[in-house]
Design a protein around this ligand. Structure first.
Ligand code: ZN
Length: 269
């Protein structure tokens, strides 16, 4: 499933391809995505793509009087192709921009293509998203304030998109290792010093993934837009029984709710 770093790499790859270009056509081959593709989308021709922003895992194409909202769901990917490139079975949506086509492929159809002419921050899908982890909005004081009163385990807390958006299971485990915090610690028990370490660790973890993705997905043109997790060297994730890369203790596995957690019992007291 595409995570925040993949979506950010997609945004960076697409921005120079689409920004400033005029939409010349739209093709919806399959409107039954996670939500039905609205008819408004068919009337986008003539608008100019001003910028591409990201909020959580949503891509927002600013078209001046509204935004095209794209989400990759479980299996979606976006590519830029020459016009006339034959569409495959799972190529459900095209945005034509003169000499190039932005194409959404989504075999499992959990992705989304939506339009809003209103304030994106007030959109029902975006209004309740938590703090953007790579922005200045996530800082030690904010994290400290957010965690007050929450008895839930910090690992769970990090994965709750209403608090902080886009920190999935792997990134939460890796961030907690970098910060030296046990995943079972109650969120409300984090000190400001913990929050300094954790806030920095979340940003470092996500940025490392973006760098890994940026080097493996340099080109969105024609490439078979590989969606998925960027393979990296993990500190703890999926390393149960192996030696900690810092202290050589054995990495432990822990089931928290439905999710697997990995941590070093020595580094993460
Ligand atoms: Zn260790």
């Amino acid at each position: 499933m595409p995570e925040l770093p993949e979506v950010e790499v997609t945004r960076r790859g697409l921005a120079p391809q689409l920004t400033g270009r005029t939409i010349s056509g739209v093709a919806v081959r399959e409107p039954r995505l996670r939500w039905p593709v609205p008819r408004d989308v068919l009337a986008l021709a003539g608008r100019i793509v001003k910028t591409i922003r990201r909020r959580g895992k949503y891509l927002l194409l600013d078209c001046g009087d509204g935004h095209l909202i794209l989400h990759l769901g479980m299996s979606g990917s976006l590519r830029v192709l020459p016009p006339g490139t034959p569409a495959g079975k799972h190529d459900h949506f095209d945005l034509v921009l003169g000499d190039r086509v932005l194409r959404l492929r989504d075999p499992r159809r959990f992705g989304a293509v939506l339009w809003t002419s209103g304030d994106t921050e007030a959109h029902p899908l975006l209004a309740h998203l938590g703090v953007e982890p790579l922005s200045r909005s996530l800082n030690p004081e904010r994290l400290h304030a957010l965690t007050r009163g929450h008895r839930t385990a910090i690992k769970h807390f990090l994965m709750d998109g209403r608090r902080i958006v886009g920190v999935g299971n792997i990134y939460a485990a890796e961030s907690l290792f970098r910060a030296g915090i046990n995943p079972r610690k109650q969120a409300k028990r984090l000190s400001l010093e913990h929050c300094e370490k954790l806030s920095a660790a979340i940003k470092d973890t996500l940025r490392a993934a973006i760098r890994a993705g940026g080097s493996s997905l340099r080109d969105f043109t024609g490439a078979d837009g590989a969606a998925g997790y960027f393979q990296q060297r993990h500190w703890v994730y999926d390393r149960a029984g192996q030696k900690c890369r810092r202290c050589s203790s054995r990495i432990r596995h822990l089931q928290q709710g439905q999710r697997s957690t990995y941590y070093c019992p020595t580094c993460q007291k």
